[in-house]
Design a protein around this ligand. Sequence first.
Ligand code: NAD
Length: 339
Amino acid sequence: MKLIVTGGAGFIGGNFVHYMLQEHPGDQIICLDKLTYAGNLSTLADVMDHPNFQFVKMDICDRDSVYGLFEKEKPDVVINFAAESHVDRSIENPEIFLQTNIIGTSVLMDACRKYGIQRYHQVSTDEVYGDLPLDRPDLFFTEETPIHTSSPYSSSKSGADLLVMAYYRTYGLPVTISRCSNNYGPYHFPEKLIPLMIINALHDRPLPVYGDGLNVRDWLYVEDHCRAIDLIIRKGKVGEVYNVGGHNEMRNIDIVKLICQELGKPESLITHVTDRKGHDRRYAIDPEKIHRELGWLPETKFADGIKKTIQWYLTHQKWWEDIISGEYQNYYQKMYENK
Ligand code: NAD
C-alpha cells in the first residue's frame, strides 16, 4: 500500500510514521508537511533513510503542488493529520486555522477525487463535541453526540469533519473519520500540557496551570491512537466516524502533581494563571463502537505511559531544547509570563 501521511512531522503524525514503518515495513509512506512551527524534521530523522519513506515539504492548501504529488505518486490511502492544532493559538489568530484545517482538507479531498484513492482518513478530535459538565460523570461523547464547539480550533476541525461527510455523500469519496481524546507521548510539542510541565519541572521553573486546574481530559497514549487509525484505514467502514478514547479521565492539576512526584519536584512550583477563554471543563469519549466493530482497546495504562513519556523527554533533551530555544521563547512569554 502507498500512503500519503500529512502532518507527519508533527506529534501524532510523526508517531504514526514510526508506527507504520515498524508494523507494516512493506508499505510505502510519503510524508507531506509544511513544517510550520509545530513540524520538526528531527522527529523523522531516524526514518529519513528508510527505503519505504519519503518526505515532501508542502502546504496542503497549495492545490497545484498537491495535485502534482498525487499525479506522480498515485497513493492508495491518504491520512490527514496536518492541522493547526493548538487551542490557545487559535484564540490569538483564528484565520490560519480556517485556512489549513478547512481549506486544506478540501484540497486534499479534491485531489483524492481527481486521482482516485481507496481511502481518505480524517484525523479529528473529541473537541468537536464541546464539553461535558463536571458533575455528570455518567455522560460521554458518542459518535451521535451533536457537534457543539467552543474554540476557533474545534470549530475549524468540525468544519473539516462536516466537509468530509459531505464529500462522502455528494461524491461518494471513501472516507472515514476518527475523533480522538487528548494524546500524550514522545515528540509532543513543548507548548502542550504534559511536555510543558515535564520540561519546566526539569528546569525548576513555575508550572503554569490554567484557572483552578480542575478541567478534566481523557488521556490516551499516542501509540494506541496510531493503532486505532491503522485499524480504521484497513477494516473501518467507509462513511463512518469512530471515537477513540482511553477511558482515562484526569484533572489537569492531578497530572501536574503526578509529574512533580515522578521527577521528585515540589508541588510549590505549581502556579495558577488566568484561565483560557471559553475553557472546556470535561471531555470524555465513549470508545465502544471501535471496540465492538474493530476490536480496538487502549493497551497502555496511564501510570506506565506517563513514566515512558517522562523517560523519553529525559533521554531526548536535544529534541526539545532545539525547539524551545528559538521563536518559541516569545510565545511562551506572551502566554504565561505576562499573566
Ligand atoms: P501538531 O501541531 O503536533 O502537528 C501538526 C503538523 O501539521 C505539523 O507537522 C505541521 O507542520 C503540519 N502542518 C500544519 N499546517 C500544515 C499545512 N498547511 N500543510 C501541511 N502541513 C501542515 O498536531 P498533533 O497534535 O500531532 O495533531 C495531529 C492531528 O490530530 C490534528 O489534526 C489534530 O487536530 C488531531 N488531534 C490531536 C490530538 C492531540 O491530543 N494532540 C487529539 C485529537 C486529535
